[in-house]
Design a protein around this ligand. Structure first.
Ligand code: BT5
Length: 320
């Protein structure tokens, strides 16, 4: 109901009369007034005039009800919003196992046990960043699982670029970066049998309105946020809506079999290709030049002796 009211106010752009709203929503004018007050309490600036009705002046930085108005049939049709979660990936995993549909999204304002890869901590302070996990149930072969991270990374980088104008890059395999500082990360977890992926959880963490003093020292040294880069606050609602739009479009491209388009975009956005890097894979450390991302989505590393190594996952640092 709140989403419907926001949609009416936005579509109209001007005053919408209380009577028109009450008619369209099938509730009394007093009930409309109450709903408007709920929105005001949630941070919406709405002017009210007895003669003309209600007019939306400004939306708050984050509103799940506004987000719902911005999504039509994209991933995110079903959104579960939590003020606090352990890890949104864990919650989405459980939901997916219990039959939740493709495109179901879990968003948390803060996480107490946000995770990176290999159990590393993902710092997730309240009310500033995006922490969300999307259930992906599409036909993917197990050997193509790396594409799921590529799809999410390309979608997020493009969405944040469009929403903020920042030159967001992709650092192989799962980082969103600006000027080589970490703006966000993707954590893809899959449930698969030997042949095919049964479902995947795409976890997305992006630092939006974070002040650097919200991070512990080690993270502060390597991280950045949209606010830090632009010196402006951005609406998480609008960025998330943009991510859903991009995700839908890149999933469609993948499902149509147009992998080259996806890979080309990934190569174009890459901060890694052409650079001297060191890659840690378990106990092994390899140095070389990141030459390409191949047609299977693997990193192609040119070794100093001239040979090539293809790598599916690892931790990468730039040399020099
Ligand atoms: C990642 O791991 O980059 C994946 C991060 C995924 C987080 C999302 S939030 C929603 C969903 N629910 C979860 O529990 N997780 C996902 P990795 O490449 O392993 O990077 C982890 C490293 O990034 C840490 O060891 C820190 O050094 C650094 N780090 C931690 N928090 C950070 C932050 N907020 N911003 C930038 N860097 C951070």
């Amino acid at each position: 109901m709140l989403s419907q009211i926001i949609r009416m106010l936005k579509e109209n752009g001007d005053f919408v009369s209380g009577e028109e709203m009450s008619r369209e929503l099938g509730i009394t004018r007093a009930a409309v007034w109450k709903k408007i007050n709920t929105l005001k309490n949630a941070g919406f600036k709405i002017s009210a005039s007895t003669r003309q009705g209600y007019r939306l002046l400004k939306s708050p930085e984050f509103s799940i009800d506004e987000l719902k108005t911005l999504i039509k049939g994209k991933p995110g049709k079903e959104i579960i919003f939590l003020e606090t979660a352990g890890s949104t990936n864990d919650i989405a995993m459980e939901l997916a196992q219990n039959g939740a549909l493709h495109g179901t999204v879990v968003i948390a304002d803060r996480q107490t046990q946000g995770r990176g890869r290999l159990g590393r901590v993902w710092v997730s302070p309240p009310s500033v960043n995006i922490h969300m996990s999307i259930i992906i149930k599409i036909p993917v072969l197990s050997r193509d699982a790396a594409f799921l991270t590529i799809i999410a990374a390309v979608a997020c980088a493009t969405a944040v670029r469009k929403a903020t104008g920042l030159s967001v890059k992709l650092k192989w395999p799962n980082d969103l970066t600006v000027s080589d500082k970490k703006l966000g990360g993707i954590l893809t977890e899959v449930k698969a049998d030997p042949d095919r992926v049964l479902f995947a959880i795409t976890g997305i963490g992006i630092n939006v309105n974070t002040n650097m003093n919200m991070f512990p020292r080690d993270v502060k040294a390597l991280a950045t946020s949209v606010k830090k880069q632009t010196r402006k606050k951005y609406s998480r609602t609008l960025i998330i809506a943009e991510i859903f739009k991009e995700l839908q479009s890149w999933l469609d491209i993948f499902l149509r079999g147009e992998r080259q388009a996806l890979l080309n975009e990934c190569r174009k956005l890459s901060s890694t290709l052409g650079r001297k890097v060191s890659v840690t894979i378990g106990r092994e450390i390899l140095e070389g030049t990141a030459e390409d991302i191949d047609d299977e989505g693997l990193l192609v590393l040119r070794l100093p002796a001239g040979g090539l190594r293809k790598i599916s996952a690892g931790d990468l640092t730039f040399l020099r």
